[in-house]
Design a protein around this ligand. Structure first.
Ligand code: KIV
Length: 295
């Protein structure tokens, strides 16, 4: 057998390293904050990529922010898969998590596994997320055992907001906080690699952090969680529906978009656009030949 010399390939340190589950767990251990954001299409994925976030969630919040539904409930698996596949095409580095929509996983373990597999096979997701404790714990276990990483979601779970009394903070009495605690621990025991805490008191989240080992990502759960998540359209001021208390706006993008489109509208109407710089030319001789050929 001929000897093949081993030439070490120099590591390209400028290239971002793709996020993995062990790296997320390590971030928790090291106390390094984990950054998660939602995305729903190719350009928002590219923004998340370039900004260097750790996790991108194709949230079912896209039902409202990009599809215009009044809540997250009506969105279908096929609609979510189309959004997730577009995000996949714009993303290289962050972990991509697909949100299982309402009605796509609750009925049976088989249904949950089948839907989760579609997110992985058809949209290229690395993991899926589902909402609630209760029967969702068994569904999370089944999906995790089938080999697909699952993220849990407790506290305010918008898919079942009606049963929770509306889109309001959860865990604000000892009993309700205990329920959130039970759900979170059960999801961890079921094999979830991470859990989202949504809209619970900061003090409750802080108590729970000591009782959980997996990375916890908060949205409206205060500063004690391992990471934070915000909805892309809330953060950038693109969506002007109801803005929850926990949203911090980092830009007013919709106002800028409206101003841009209004200026374009005005320019077209007063014939100020297009100008020569946005126009193609043709050689005079070619134009003359063209005119002659037309007659
Ligand atoms: O759908 C979504 O955007 C979410 C986040 C708020 C966690 O579930």
């Amino acid at each position: 057998m001929s000897h093949i010399p081993h030439t070490p390939v120099p590591e390209d340190l400028s290239r971002p390293v793709p996020m993995t589950l062990p790296r997320l767990a390590e971030k928790r251990q090291l106390g390094e904050p984990i950054v998660m954001i939602t995305a729903y299409d190719y350009p928002s994925a590219q923004v998340a990529e370039e900004a260097g976030v750790d996790i991108v969630l194709v949230g079912d919040s896209g039902a409202m922010t990009v599809l215009g539904y009044p809540s997250t409930v009506p969105v279908s698996t096929d609609e979510m898969l189309m959004l997730a596949a577009a995000v996949r095409r714009g993303l290289k580095t962050p972990l991509l998590v697909g949100d299982l929509p309402f009605g796509s996983y609750e009925a049976s373990d088989e249904q949950a596994i089948r839907t989760a597999q579609r997110f992985v096979k058809e949209a290229g997701c690395d993991a899926v997320k589902l909402e609630r404790g209760g029967t969702s714990v068994q569904r999370a276990k089944a999906i995790a055992e089938s080999g697909i990483p699952v993220m849990g979601h407790v506290g305010l779970t918008p898919q079942t907001a009606t049963a929770l009394g509306g889109h309001r903070a959860q865990g604000r009495t000892a009993e309700r906080a205990l329920q959130v605690a039970r759900d979170a621990v059960a999801l961890q025991e079921a094999g979830c690699f991470s859990i989202v805490f949504e809209a619970i008191p900061a003090a409750v989240a802080q108590e729970l952090m000591e009782r959980l080992d997996v990375p916890v990502i908060g949205i409206g759960a205060g500063p004690a969680t391992d990471g934070q998540v915000l909805v892309f359209h809330d953060l950038l001021g693109i969506y002007d529906g109801h803005v929850a208390r926990f949203v911090k706006r980092y830009a007013e993008t919709k106002a800028q978009m409206v101003a841009g489109v209004a200026e374009y509208t005005e320019d077209v109407r007063r014939r100020a656009f297009p100008t020569p710089e946005h126009t193609y030319t043709i050689d005079e001789d070619e134009l003359a030949r063209f005119r002659a050929a037309l007659t």
